[in-house]
Design a protein around this ligand. Structure first.
Ligand code: MLT
Length: 258
């Protein structure tokens, strides 16, 4: 089923397929439910799979000039309510993980488990906050170059030639994100808070990260795993594990879902 719900005078796109315990897939920044095509095919064999286009991404419009993670989580809740789903396991890629944690903060009893895929419970560092502001400025004048550069930078260096075709396709998809969606999500991520305590409260949890993720450094992810008592699995390459380490990622997610 592919559908829309109304949320704050806008339409939020989602799909829901399959039967069994519900898995919610939340995409990252400049992505959309499109990214889950392959993984969801695998998960559908045993689970009900729900994909949502987050605010300002994919087929979901913008509702403001800052899309706070909490607001994205509200939209997610409305979708689940419309489907009458009471509990889900969340797999969140990067920004999708931030939204998943914001959702868990509000609706802990609806969360069976969370897998932070190339994502973190930490807030932005001051340096990253500064970079985000610069990106918002550049988005207004040189959007295409900014998006293309941002996407390339998510891949480990060794992946950039190996996955050249996939990277081009992702850039094309990313460029469908309107400038407003880019800026609103960037500001929302910039102001997100540390949700380490929320992560600890979720019964079943896992962090999947990339050894060479340029955004989430291995040492920091390792210590986050120790502090939050969350198992961490490192895959060999960068931030885009679903492309760069596709097969092993699928295995790890399936193991996590059980
Ligand atoms: C993402 O892939 O969702 C973003 O790179 C996350 C971020 O910028 O923190």
């Amino acid at each position: 089923m592919q559908n829309f719900i109304e949320f704050k005078n806008n339409k939020v796109y989602f799909s829901s397929e399959g039967e069994g315990s519900a898995v919610l897939l939340l995409h990252g920044f400049l992505e959309s439910s499109f990214m889950w095509k392959e993984l969801s095919r695998e998960l559908l064999e045993t689970h009900r799979v729900i994909c949502i286009d987050l605010l300002g991404h994919g087929k979901t419009g913008c509702i403001g000039y800052v899309h706070a993670m909490e607001e994205m989580a509200e939209a997610v809740n409305e979708v689940l309510k419309s489907l009458r789903i009471r509990r889900v396991t969340i797999i969140g890629h990067s920004m999708g993980g931030y939204v998943g944690l914001a959702f868990a903060e509000k609706y802990l009893d609806k969360v069976k488990g969370i897998c932070l895929m190339n994502s973190t419970s930490q807030a932005d560092s001051e340096e990253r906050k500064e970079l985000r502001l610069r990106a918002c400025k550049m988005a207004q004048t040189n959007y295409e170059a900014l998006v293309k550069m941002s996407i390339t930078n998510l891949f480990a260096e060794t992946s950039r030639t190996k996955f050249a075709k996939e990277i081009e396709a992702i850039k094309k998809e990313a460029l469908k994100t309107p400038v407003q969606g880019y800026i609103a999500a960037t500001k929302g991520m910039r102001e997100r808070k540390n949700r380490e305590k929320v992560l600890r409260k979720i019964d079943k949890r896992l962090i999947i990260s990339g050894e060479k993720d340029p955004i989430l450094l291995k040492e920091l992810v390792t210590t986050e795993g120790i502090r939050t008592e969350t198992p961490v699995v490192f895959l060999p390459l960068g931030h885009m594990s679903y492309i760069e380490s596709n097969k092993v990622l699928t295995i790890k997610v399936k193991e996590f879902l059980g």
